[in-house]
Design a protein around this ligand. Structure first.
Ligand SMILES: Nc1ncnc2c1ncn2[C@@H]1O[C@H](COP(=O)(O)OP(=O)(O)OP(=O)(O)O)[C@@H](O)[C@H]1O
Length: 606
């Protein structure tokens, strides 16, 4: 929406509001007229005091005229009292009307979307924004009225002193005011867009912050950055535009405020030549410097700040209430760029130009790894050796808190060992600081699945998006969906290009989407840290088999014995001891594993 559009919606309502309040406006105008008398007397008194009094040697007359000007100031003060009383009658009904409207909007939204998060902006509209509108409106009425009646008093005064003064003063004054007024609409439009973009950015960054750990762990930085960047760039552009308009406004203010004074001073010899007296000149300057310019200054400041603020706030109140199942409020961010068309032909999984491990080396290796969370803490892993073969499916089991997640974090390069080394594809596991984008060597899926607001397709392919690598094509995405058995879920969500709202998904459904994303990831090593814990045994089996069949190595932190039984080998963590072997041979070598299997079988028999 543009500022012009906002104005178009707000202006008729504003006219309607004022039309119903003719008497209040009339009372305000009457009090303000008294202010004009004050302005008139200010300049006229000075001119007469000089010409008829002090310069003519009649000091008493001069003092008399100055006293008259002073009395004008008293009248002005009295008038202002009446103005404030009238102002309350105009401003309070506006506030009441806005409060009523905010409540109606919140109710309408709740009725339109009973399952939604509700109108989250209603409280702000009811409190802060209503007060903001009231203050801005009061300030605007006060200054606009003051300017109009001061200008009337000053211009009538100049005309009474010598109409030729108007010839000199009016052109620069009108030029500056016109230039200033011309900046108002574009400025409001930019401010409105800037506010929208700022809110959209805050919304997006807030959501990203919630899943930051998972984004880093899953190597989703590039995909996430690609989505936030257009908003940041738009905000930067708007800030520059705003600064440009603000500079123009300052220039206009300077023209209207200072140029008439300079013009009057520059025209002094010409004016004196046409019989204008020193007192008349002093009176003209008094009108400009003491009345017109301060009033103009206040008006422009109020219009520039309170005016545009009022426009933006009122526009929010007059916004229709759209059904918003995602609960994102009524504001629209800058449109995001259309996604690039999908390149064809599509590459096969793992055949991307990224680093591919040589077949001969270990997929991952721990050599004498010791790790503790802190210098004084007991080590979680102590001298652990482990070699994960290329293409192997390894399950890690052990009691809660034994160090399974710590092990996957070391393999994911998120932690560094205190002693020993961790290698992935033959190189140190630690990710280089500053590296961005999906990790080309491995993908870690934590228990808390990362699903973001975007399309189903984006949620499935974000781990496969990297600079220089084409996105997976439709056929590959559908293969992943079918391998994981997600056809029904994808259909229910509305297809690959339908939007996903993470809060509407169950934890199991989120995990299934994340698993499909891992399936499409080209990284040769997949690390699943209880990433199937919200799936039923059948869905878990299907997912694990699909991921194990995918070219590459799979390490799974298993929370069911059935999951371990499917793996090529099982690593049992038991205290600081670790035993590794096949599901069949392990019960004889690890009492803990034997116990686990025994209890599992018994539960199955029951
Ligand atoms: N960030 C941390 N700071 C300090 N201690 C930690 C931290 N993370 C884990 N620990 C501790 O390290 C030990 C191993 O934790 P870890 O999460 O690796 O175990 P786990 O086997 O994965 O447990 P679970 O099966 O419950 O997830 C636990 O005692 C845990 O309390």
């Amino acid at each position: 929406m543009t500022g012009g559009g906002a104005w178009g919606r707000v202006a008729p309502e504003g006219r309607l509001f004022l039309r119903g309040r003719g008497r209040v406006v009339g009372r305000l105008a009457a009090w303000s007229l008294l202010e004009s008398a004050h302005t008139f007397l200010g300049g006229y008194g000075v001119a007469r005091a000089l010409d008829d009094g002090f310069l003519a040697g009649r000091t008493a007359t001069g003092l008399g005229w100055l006293a008259a000007a002073g009395a004008g100031a008293l009248i002005g003060g009295f008038a202002l009292r009446g103005v404030f009383a009238g102002l309350a009658d105009l401003v309070e009904p506006l506030r009441d009307g806005l409060v009523r409207r905010a409540v109606r909007q919140a109710l309408d939204r709740a009725v339109a979307d009973p399952a939604g998060a509700g109108d989250t902006g209603a409280v702000s509209r009811l409190t802060q924004q209503t007060e903001m509108a009231r203050d801005s409106f009061a300030g605007l009425v006060l200054t606009a009225r003051s300017f109009v009646f001061t200008a009337v008093g000053a211009l009538v005064g100049m005309a009474a002193l010598a109409p030729v003064l108007l010839l000199v003063v009016l052109p620069p004054l009108l030029l500056g005011v016109a230039a200033f007024l011309a900046t108002l609409r574009p400025l409001a439009a930019v401010q409105r867009r800037s506010l929208d973009t700022d809110e959209a950015l805050a919304d997006r960054v807030g959501k990203l912050a919630e899943g930051l750990r998972d984004i880093v762990a899953c190597g989703g930085r590039t995909a996430v950055e690609a989505r936030a960047e257009p908003l940041i760039a738009a905000q930067e552009r708007l800030a520059r535009t705003l600064a440009g308009w603000a500079a123009l406004r300052t220039l206009a203010l300077g023209t209207a405020g200072r140029l008439p004074v300079i013009a009057l001073l520059a025209a002094t010899p010409w004016l004196l030549g046409r019989g204008i007296t020193a007192g008349t000149l002093a009176g003209g300057l008094t009108y400009l410097v003491q009345a017109l310019l301060p009033a103009l200054n206040s008006l422009m400041t109020a219009l520039g700040s309170a005016g545009t603020r009022l426009l933006v706030v009122l526009e929010r109140f007059s916004a229709p209430v759209p059904p918003d199942p995602a609960g994102h409020g009524t504001l629209k961010p800058e449109p995001e760029p259309e996604p690039e068309p999908e390149p064809e032909p599509e590459p096969e999984p793992l055949s991307s130009p990224r680093p591919v491990r040589p077949r001969s080396e270990a997929a991952a290796e721990l050599r004498g790894v010791t790790f503790a969370y802190g210098p004084g803490a007991a080590p979680v892993l102590d001298g652990l050796d482990l070699l994960v073969r290329p293409g192997e499916h390894l399950a890690v089991v052990g009691p809660s808190g034994i160090g399974k997640s710590t092990l996957t974090a070391l393999l994911a390069g998120m932690l560094s060992p205190d002693a020993g080394s961790v290698l992935v594809a033959g190189a140190a596991a630690r990710r280089e600081t500053g590296s961005t984008g999906p990790d080309p060597r491995r993908t870690l899926l934590p228990q808390q699945a990362y699903v973001f607001t975007g399309t189903v397709r984006e949620n499935l392919t974000h781990l496969a998006v990297a600079p220089g690598t084409p996105e997976p094509g439709d056929a590959r995405v559908r293969r992943a969906v079918s391998a994981l058995g997600l056809e029904e879920l994808v259909a229910r969500l509305g297809g690959l290009d339908a939007g996903v709202s993470p809060r509407l998904l169950s934890r199991g459904e989120s995990q299934q989407l994340a698993l499909a994303a891992a399936y499409l990831s080209p990284a040769p090593l997949l690390l699943l840290d209880e990433a199937t814990c919200h799936l039923d045994p059948a869905a878990e089996e299907r997912a694990e088999r699909a991921l194990a069949d995918r070219p590459g190595t799979l390490v799974v932190v298993a929370h069911r014995v059935s999951s371990a039984a499917r793996a090529d080998r099982v690593l049992v963590l038991d205290g600081t001891r670790a035993v590794c072997g096949t599901h069949e041979e392990l019960p004889a070598r690890s009492p803990l594993y034997g116990d686990l299997v025994g209890r599992w079988n018994q539960a199955a028999d029951d």
